[in-house]
Design a protein around this ligand. Structure first.
Ligand SMILES: [Fe+2]
Ligand SMILES: [Fe+2]
Length: 304
């Protein structure tokens, strides 16, 4: 048995409990009930989308585009998750449930966008094909890395969906994004608490994995066409940026909830990782404030 297998076996009862908590706190919901179908109409064969279809800033359109393409690709993470966790027991049950829920997210967001014409359906479909065909899926080194990455990523996705929804004038759009964000929160809680349990079983291994994942963190949309430009637009709209990443993820989860600064009994390698992690979080916070200040200045200038 490898150390990864031993860790998964030891954490399996926790995974079972967290799966149970997830299922009992989830209320069944249906994409078709949230989509404003009466706004829809047929697309003519020579239809060409124009931004005049819906009054919406380019930034919010970028966020909708990236959020949906991210959701489209998530079910393919199943390959990595199943390889890492295995098909049996609570691990397999969780991986399948999670995959089904992520699929529901792309269904509801796509239906909403198609009906409202908020984004170009041709561009969206081409980008979906490109995204899924390129097969970009994270490959964490160990299960601990996987737990830490997904704990951060699910919260990041939740924040991004929720902030996008808040910028939509349309009530139906707001409700769609809110519903998806609330699922992401439950996914985050599953992984966040799994990391908490892992910190008890193997604190040194867990801290090293957390440090590695914070250092290399990338949003799951990085395989998307022109992702950099979209990410800039998303930051400009205040939907997701370094400052949010620091204030709403790294500080409350890594520092406060996991309490990495007050862990005892670490190996010297883990001590070093913890030091590097805490320093990095401080630097990300500073960079976030600097970027936000620069953005504010540029906006003020543009307004003048
Ligand atoms: Fe999702
Ligand atoms: Fe999720």
């Amino acid at each position: 048995m490898t150390s990864a297998d031993a860790l998964l076996a030891e954490l399996e009862p926790t995974a079972a409990q967290l799966l149970e908590r997830h299922l009992s706190s989830t209320k069944e919901w249906f994409p078709h009930e949230l989509v404003p179908w009466s706004q829809g109409r047929d697309f003519e064969p020579d239809y060409e989308w124009s931004a005049d279809e819906v009054e919406l800033s380019d930034e919010v359109r970028s966020a909708l585009f990236v959020n949906l393409l991210t959701e489209d690709n998530l079910p393919y993470y199943f390959r990595t998750i199943e390889r890492m966790f295995g098909t049996d027991s609570a691990w397999g049950a969780w991986a399948r449930r999670w995959t089904a829920e992520e699929g529901r997210h792309s269904i509801v967001i796509r239906d909403y966008l198609t009906v409202t014409r908020a984004v170009d359906p041709v561009q969206l479909e081409r980008a979906r094909m490109a995204q899924v065909e390129c097969g970009e899926v994270p490959e964490p080194e160990t299960p601990l890395d996987g737990f830490a990455y997904v704990a951060l990523q699910e919260l990041a996705t939740r924040i991004s969906h929720h902030n996008t929804g808040k910028l939509l004038e349309d009530k139906a759009g707001y409700e769609v994004m809110k519903k998806v964000a609330s699922d992401e929160n439950r996914h985050h809680l599953f992984y966040r608490d799994l990391v908490t349990a892992a910190l008890e079983v193997d604190p040194s291994g867990a801290v090293i994995a957390i440090e590695r994942q914070v250092r290399t963190f990338e949003m799951p949309g990085t395989g998307i066409l022109e992702f950099e430009a979209h990410a800039k637009a998303i930051a400009k709209a205040g939907i997701y940026d370094f400052a949010l990443h620091h204030d709403q993820i790294l500080v409350p989860v890594v520092l406060r909830h996991w309490g990495v600064e007050s862990l005892d009994g670490l190996t010297s390698e883990a001590e070093q990782a913890r030091d590097a992690l805490v320093k990095r979080i401080g630097r990300i916070g500073k960079a976030g404030r600097r970027f936000a200040a620069r953005r504010d200045e540029a906006e003020a200038l543009a307004a003048v």
